[in-house]
Write a protein that binds this ligand. Structure first.
Ligand code: DAH
Length: 342
């Protein structure tokens, strides 16, 4: 009997009550009419009469310690849960804000551009950033050792002679080649993506940036189609009263070639610091796909013609969101990015 009392006391002392379930288990095990303490009281009648009062006392003490433990634990749990309830219903407390990610400014601008071209029937094509020398240059009508290659300072990855030499693409134009090698005209694609140039890094230029390329090949595609497409894009992107200027230019993969400026949408064409007082901002390069490029991709230039264009994305993001250093777009500092969560 004595050892039963002692071991039950130990059990009670060691019992951990941290939840209302545990409290209920405790009550059920020790305190109800058929619980372990009541059972010991029942066994009291088998104890010799003379020893009964002493055991009775021990049992009473055991019972009291269980009751005390139960009461204290119950009070603590009640206090905790009513505390929770108060907190829960205090509507004056500021809510806990969930951190939600936001779209990067470049992705927002790219998203708008893609949307405009998608509505005109362009689909999206992608290609690798690690590109073959031949797709980045040769097939785009940059002959080996031609000075036109100097227009784009290149990160070369391998130093092999020939078409398998690898580099980080310097523009999205090699995706044109990939699409033309894979598909038959009519072709109408845009190719967004990252490009790399080995340039001195400054607030205005970085070694990585984003371009969006466009390519349209079909029968009887003319420069007028190119102009109409660029006009429609510029009006939707920069506002319906924007004016355009096509300047003759040179790219090895287009003939004729042009660069396109829009009236500076910051000063409305009057002249400001951003447009260097000219009233114009350059937005893209474009032209009619060179017959050599079509031939390189087994498309007959007598049967098909096409136009292409390529534009930078980052500069538009910088201007639209008034960010004055291109490096901020690539550092991915959340304190900067959080500002564009709307
Ligand atoms: N690839 C040219 C560059 O990075 C941009 C460009 C100009 C793309 C004219 C074109 C184009 O498709 O037709 O400077």
């Amino acid at each position: 009997m004595k050892s039963s009392i002692e071991s039950l006391q130990q059990e009670i002392d060691r019992f951990i009550i941290e939840s209302s379930d545990e409290l209920e288990t405790f009550r059920f095990r020790f305190m109800v009419r058929k619980g372990s303490i009541a059972e010991l009281f029942n066994r009291l009648k088998n104890v010799p009469k003379a020893e009964r009062p002493a055991y009775g006392q021990l049992l009473n003490r055991l019972k009291q310690s269980a009751e005390k433990k139960y009461d204290t634990a119950k009070k603590q749990l009640d206090a905790l849960s009513s505390g929770h309830r108060e907190q829960h219903f205090d509507l004056t407390l500021p809510g806990r804000t969930e951190y939600v990610g936001s779209e990067h400014p470049v992705q927002k601008v790219l998203g708008d551009m893609k949307q405009i071209f998608r509505a005109m029937g362009f689909t999206i094509a992608t290609g690798p950033e690690l590109e073959r020398d031949s797709y980045n240059f040769d097939l785009l009508n940059f002959p080996a050792n031609h000075p036109a290659r100097d227009m784009q300072d290149t990160f070369f990855i391998t130093r092999e002679e020939g078409e398998n030499n690898l580099l980080l693409r310097t523009h999205t134009s090699p995706v044109q080649i990939r699409v033309m090698l894979d598909e038959k005209p009519p072709i109408r694609v845009i190719c967004p993506g990252k490009v790399y140039r080995n340039e001195a890094i400054s607030a205005r230029s970085y070694c990585v940036f984003h371009q969006l390329e466009g390519l349209y090949i079909d029968k009887n595609v003319s420069f007028a189609d190119l102009k109409a497409t660029v006009y429609s894009f510029a009006e939707q992107m920069f506002g319906s009263n924007v004016q355009l200027r096509f300047r003759p230019s040179f790219f090895p993969f287009t003939e004729p070639s042009a660069e396109v400026d829009v009236t500076c949408y910051l000063c409305g064409g009057k002249g400001c610091r951003v447009c260097k007082q000219s009233g114009w901002l350059e937005i893209l390069g474009c032209g009619m796909v060179h017959p050599n490029v079509l031939r390189n991709c087994s498309i007959d230039p007598e049967e098909f013609s096409g136009f292409a264009f390529g534009m930078g994305v980052d500069r538009t993001a910088l201007l639209r969101y008034k960010i004055d250093d291109i490096r901020l777009l690539f550092e991915n500092d959340v304190r900067m990015l959080e500002q564009f969560s709307q």
